[in-house]
Design a protein around this ligand. Structure first.
Ligand code: ADP
Ligand code: MG
Length: 255
């Protein structure tokens, strides 16, 4: 399989006045084109560090990270990054918020504008385009943040615990929403979460990291019968508890 993203033997340490913290140790995995991968691991095990390495904000101490497709030149132009909080600006309208990335990158062409307008329409935000973000529900804000990220047409989407600021019920709905949008737009995605259920219900593959220094403990392919086609439905499938127990055990083992 041709990989969109591959990491081989990646290690990284933070150096501070207090000394050195080994965050990741010998991490290897790859993600195929159009695949949705989830990375789970205990808090502090290096998940956010891993995403910073993938998008080139920091460089591995050893090992190698490759972006596939030949379109990327090692810069992060082809990568979209979505964070825990939506970071929408209250002084801009929803419309101006979703265009922000394009504006910064000076790519506000008529084609890009109409693509974004189409996404606002498709994903139920047109009626709110002229409003301020505070008029949106938590779920709608995350949808707007995702559209802003997709506006730049990234090849690879990185999602760092994007639902953790939401209450439980909204979280389930938004995970459904966001998962559907990412698949419809045909993107490759890497979702980082400490929520097992979220990982199992959204991803094609779950990569389990150990506690710090994070290394890959196991990689578990996830598949559900075709009828279970949304994250919410998957949570009710028989397979769900099987995967849950399997990954739970992996996480609980020390080392
Ligand atoms: P996670 O996202 O899995 O919770 P992080 O990648 O944020 O974990 O952090 C991994 C480890 O690296 C933690 O022990 C954290 O304290 C440490 N760390 C993260 N960022 C920094 C930094 N900028 N300087 C020093 N240590 C850091
Ligand atoms: Mg984190």
């Amino acid at each position: 399989m041709d990989a969109m993203l591959s990491l081989s033997h990646v290690s990284f340490s933070y150096h501070t006045l207090d000394g050195e913290t080994l965050a990741l140790h010998d991490v290897s995995f790859s993600v195929g084109f159009g695949e949705f991968a989830a990375i789970v691991g205990p808090s502090g095990c290096g998940k956010s560090t891993l995403l910073s390495l993938i998008c080139g904000l920091i460089r591995p101490e050893s090992g190698e990270i490759k972006l596939g497709g030949g379109q990327t030149d090692g810069s992060s132009a082809g990568i979209g990054y979505m964070l825990q909080r939506d970071h929408l600006f209250e002084w801009r309208t929803v419309y101006d918020n979703v265009l922000l990335g394009l504006e910064i990158q000076k790519k506000l062409t008529p084609e890009n504008r109409s693509r974004v307008e189409r996404m606002l329409e498709t994903y139920g935000l047109s009626a709110f385009a002229k409003r301020k973000p505070s008029a949106l529900s938590g779920g709608m804000k995350q949808r707007a943040a995702l559209i802003r990220t997709l506006a730049l047409d990234p090849e690879l989407l990185l999602l760092d615990e994007p639902f953790s600021a939401l209450d439980y019920q909204t979280r389930l709905e938004v995970a459904d929403d966001i998962g559907m949008i990412i698949r419809r737009e045909g993107k490759t995605a890497v979702l980082v979460t400490h929520d097992l259920s979220e990982a199992i219900s959204m991803a094609d593959r779950v990569i389990v990291l150990s506690k710090r220094p994070g290394h890959v403990k196991s990689i578990i392919p996830i598949s559900f019968p075709a009828a279970y086609d949304t994250p919410l439905k998957k949570r009710n499938a028989e397979e769900f508890s099987h995967y849950f127990n399997l990954i739970w055990k992996e996480l609980k083992q020390y080392g």
